[in-house]
Design a protein around this ligand. Structure first.
Ligand SMILES: [Fe+2]
Length: 285
């Protein structure tokens, strides 16, 4: 049996979670690591997470959040700059070091590699898009189409923050879940251990406990909570409740926009964003 490979995705600046996984890897003696994008944004320590990833010799690709940064620098997202809805993202971009900014630009959208005789495609969303959500159970047809479209035997993806490993038609697909914004009621930072034997993969899906209190403290100490209170709260509560409340909060805001007859807005207007943040999170207790 070859040495296992750790697979991580969607760290999203959650340093306590990231350090807990690194400690777990050290204890297990794992040195080979794959990171499938979205190292930054949502949690407060994107710059530090990115520095540690940059200084590693891991296999890393970009996610949609890193792409947002590139697009932001290219002036493609100017309408986001002053929208309160995007304040957490803008705060994060602002905090990135010069070296990390340059590093993001070096990251590939996807990679095709071979490890221990097994061909692997690494993507963040799907091979077609950094932002496509793949669900092997809920959207079987599309998932089958994607699997048929690649030559590699194993597909690694992230983005949905759902942890799964599936096999079909002599191919396999793995989503290691989210290291930093995991919807598992605070059970811990998610990653997967990939084992390859006789060119066949198997995966162990892992959650590593760490202190959500430490993370919450970082939200306040760093200034992210002050810069973007509604988004910060939705992330913290999502981690505790095991549900993607940030997305539900956006849906709530879009509903409010519809009720007010606001159409064709490029971002959620600030007064709607504030109302959605206050009402939605208050209604959930
Ligand atoms: Fe993502």
């Amino acid at each position: 049996m070859n040495e296992p490979i750790a697979v991580m995705a969607d760290i999203h600046g959650n340093l306590p979670a990231f350090l807990a996984i690194k400690e777990d890897l050290q204890k297990r003696g794992i040195e080979r690591v794959i990171v499938a994008g979205d190292m930054i944004s949502d949690c407060p320590d994107s710059d530090e997470v990115l520095t540690q990833v940059r200084l590693s010799d891991w296999i890393v690709i970009k996610g949609n959040r890193e792409q947002y940064f590139i697009d932001h620098c290219a002036g493609l997202l100017d309408h986001w700059t002053h929208a309160r809805q995007m304040s957490a993202l803008m705060w994060t971009f602002d905090k990135l070091s010069r070296k990390n900014r340059a590093y993001i630009r070096t990251l590939a959208d996807q990679k095709s590699i071979e490890i221990d005789g097994l061909s692997i495609r690494i993507t963040h969303g799907s091979p077609d898009s950094l932002s496509e959500l793949l669900y092997p159970d809920k959207e079987k047809e599309r998932f089958g189409e994607v699997m048929d479209s690649i030559e590699e035997k194993l597909l690694i993806c992230g983005h949905s923050h759902n942890q799964w490993f599936v096999e079909g038609k002599g191919k396999w697909a793995l989503n290691p879940g989210s290291a930093g914004v995991h919807f598992n009621k605070g059970e811990g930072a998610q990653y997967a251990l990939l084992r390859i034997s006789r060119e066949r993969p198997s995966a162990e899906l892992i959650s590593v406990p760490y202190s959500l209190k430490d993370l919450e403290k970082r939200f306040h100490e760093s200034g992210l909570y002050r810069a973007s209170p509604h988004w910060s709260r939705s992330i913290i509560e999502s981690l505790k409740e095991g549900e993607n409340l940030s997305l539900l909060m956006i849906d709530y805001a879009l509903n409010l926009m519809e009720k007010e007859g606001i159409k064709d807005a490029l971002t959620i207007p600030d007064h709607i964003w504030d109302r959605a943040g206050e009402e939605f999170l208050r209604n959930r207790g």
